[in-house]
Design a protein around this ligand. Structure first.
Ligand code: ADP
Ligand code: ASP
Ligand code: MG
Length: 600
């Protein structure tokens, strides 16, 4: 019998009527012949209320007690849900994280799942019961209750679906699916029919609150098909699976984080080991770093910028002070920023997506302070006061409120594909046990190099709205497909932008830039065809604080100087000198225990 996991978020179980409605959904699936595992969140604003209560007692609740407190919200919901199912005439059993056997590490309030034992759930399912699992919680090895971080019930659901090899994991929520952006901010946002894991990983980690980003890590790692569906209406929702929509839109969605803080280390030595020192310090202090930007160094010094959550700013500034004390350089910071990102598979094959985004922002006089990109996303940092204006403008600029292509997709995996490849039970169990060990460990799946890239750097640009738009419109008009874009924070009113292009396009790029740069008196263009780009690809690279530290440590030990850095949730890319590429590649493969590939 196939298993379906159905997760109900807080608003979907806010009161008795909604609990009954969710129970009916589960009972319907059971009566249609499926085994059903429900994952339930705390009711309505319960978790916020509990956080508020704690803050009335103390400013610094101990994390262990916070977890003990917060986990009660879900415990209440599962018991009520079981009663509702009983009332509908079906058998159901409510289980806490400990009773299910969700083992986590001991990092209270942000624990990571280590393993899940499926026996008790399977026995209950085989006995005809609906299993009602408390989301968001687990226990560490000493049976202390832990929680997975706010919004973590999605992660419980995806993890249970992976552990049980469920056919589908349905996420019932208060919207009709995944939208082109948060419908609370852009009223005309459109629901999308399907998004790929990579797009959703980027969107969720870049601020789209509809899914906990770690749930997508699970889904991608264990190939769980997720469907985000409305609780209060009928509708197909949005499928999150390995394939993007077909054809892939240039921009599938737009995500934003309202408050980010930028910290820049200015004038640090441009030499091997420096990034390693900085990232080791950040990792030792468990500070999750978000955007990391390093543009090419000038006169032996480099500038590196990164963003952190505003709550971590104080700790980060202390780390930055230690780093510059040891290495030299100065620290700059700005707490009042928002990050805006566009995500879409289609931008891999279309020129001018960056140019269009920058143009829309400049038309609204929004200045861009930092830019990072991956193949499928472009992120910019802007003044936080302009966040809503910018989100609406970019959404409109990419015409995301128009009806998207709703035609059925041919030849893409459907929800039944997992079932068709199902193995017999004993083989499957052995397989699951092995693949689930250390469920949330970092997965770096590949490290590869690309020496078929050239770098173009423009220095001394005026720092005002519209400059990035002019540069990239000109390059796109020249028909050049830009790969990596990096813009670090402007200094003394002057901005520097670097990007990579195919070496055969360098001459064309320089020609295309000639006219627009006439306005920028002292600006200079330089290029370097002797570079190598190395990409570390995986899942959840930014949410694991030690990926950067490990990378830069390996490179520093190998005496390799990092010229440029660019990050995303699924990829960290660095640029090094061409003649150091092979050594850098080997060092990184070794550091992430990957066997070198014969092609490299
Ligand atoms: P739940 O309690 O069901 O887990 P959440 O509040 O965590 O629900 O997530 C649903 C909310 O996410 C929506 O109400 C919506 O405002 C917000 N949201 C943010 N970005 C998006 C997006 N791209 N698509 C849909 N909803 C989004
Ligand atoms: N109740 C928890 C929260 O509000 C977990 C969740 O809803 O996913 O964050
Ligand atoms: Mg949620």
């Amino acid at each position: 019998m196939s298993i379906v996991v159905q997760k109900f978020g807080g608003t979907s179980v806010a009161d008795a009527e909604r609990i009954r409605r969710a129970a009916r959904t589960a009972v319907q699936a059971k009566r249609a012949g499926q085994q059903v595992v429900m994952v339930v969140s705390a009711r309505g604003k319960k978790t916020d209320e509990l956080v508020g209560l704690a803050s009335e007692i103390t400013d610094q609740p101990r994390p262990r007690e916070m977890d003990m407190l917060l986990s009660t919200g879900e415990q209440e919901s599962v018991a009520l849900m079981a009663m509702a199912v009983h009332e509908l005439g079906e058998e159901a059993i409510s289980l806490t994280g400990a009773q299910i056997g969700v083992r986590t590490d001991g990092s209270h309030t942000k624990a990571r799942i280590i393993s899940i034992s499926t026996q008790r759930m399977k026995d209950a399912l085989d006995a005809g019961q609906i299993v009602i699992a408390a989301g968001f919680q687990g226990v560490d090895e000493d049976f202390n209750i832990t929680t997975l971080g706010r919004g973590g019930s999605d992660t419980t659901a995806a993890a249970l679906a992976a552990a049980l090899d469920a056919e589908l994991c349905e996420i019932y929520t208060d919207v009709e699916g995944v939208f082109t952006t948060d419908p609370r901010v852009v009223a005309c946002a459109t629901k999308v029919e399907r998004v790929s894991y990579d797009e959703m990983l980027e969107l969720a980690s870049l601020g789209a609150g509809v899914m906990h980003s770690r749930s997508i890590e699970f889904a991608k790692k264990y190939r769980v098909n997720l469907r985000v569906k409305p609780s209060f209406a009928d509708g197909p929702g949005t499928l999150i699976s390995s394939e993007p929509a077909n054809p892939a839109p240039m921009v599938t969605g737009l995500a934003f984080v309202r408050s980010e803080a930028r910290v820049s280390l200015i004038g640090i030595p441009d030499q091997p080991g420096v990034m390693s020192r900085i990232f080791s310090l950040l990792s030792e202090n468990r500070i999750p770093v978000d955007m990391v930007v390093q543009n090419v160094g000038v006169a032996g010094t480099a500038n590196v910028s990164f963003t952190v959550a505003e709550d971590d700013l104080k700790k980060t500034l202390a780390v930055a002070a230690t780093a510059t004390h040891d290495l030299g350089g100065t620290v700059q910071h700005n707490p009042n920023l928002s990050k805006l990102s566009v995500v879409g598979h289609g931008m891999q094959t279309h020129t001018g997506v960056a140019a269009q985004m920058f143009r829309v922002l400049s038309d609204r006089s929004v200045n861009i302070s930092i830019v990072t990109t991956s193949e499928i996303k472009i992120s910019v940092l802007i003044d936080h006061k302009l966040c809503d204006l910018a989100v609406n403008a970019v959404h409109e600029g990419f015409q995301l409120s128009q009806e998207l292509d709703q035609t059925p997709h041919v030849g893409v995996p459907s929800e039944v594909s997992r079932r068709m490849t199902r193995k017999d039970t004993s083989e499957l169990e052995a397989d699951i046990v092995s693949r689930l060990s250390g469920m949330e460990e970092i997965v770096v799946s590949d490290v590869y190099s690309d020496t078929d890239q050239a770098r173009v750097t423009i220095t001394q640009l005026h720092d005002h709205p519209g400059v990035a738009a002019e540069v990239f419109s000109a390059v796109a008009d020249g028909g050049v497909l830009v790969d990596m874009i990096i813009q670090n924070v402007a200094l003394d009113g002057k901005a520097n932008i670097s990007f990579t292009v195919p070496p055969t396009d360098v001459a064309r790029t320089i020609e295309a830039l000639r006219m627009p740069l006439l306005k920028h008196g002292e600006s200079q263009v330089s290029c370097d065809e002797r570079i190598g780009k190395i990409s570390v690809v995986g899942i959840g690279l930014r949410s694991h604080t030690d990926v950067g530290a490990r990378m830069f440590h390996a490179l520093g030990d190998g005496g390799i100087n990092v010229q440029m850095v660019n990050t995303s949730e699924i990829k960290v890319s660095i640029v090094v000198a061409a003649d150091q590429t092979a050594v850098a590649l080997k060092a990184l493969q070794k550091s992430f225990n990957l066997t070198p590939n014969a092609d490299n």
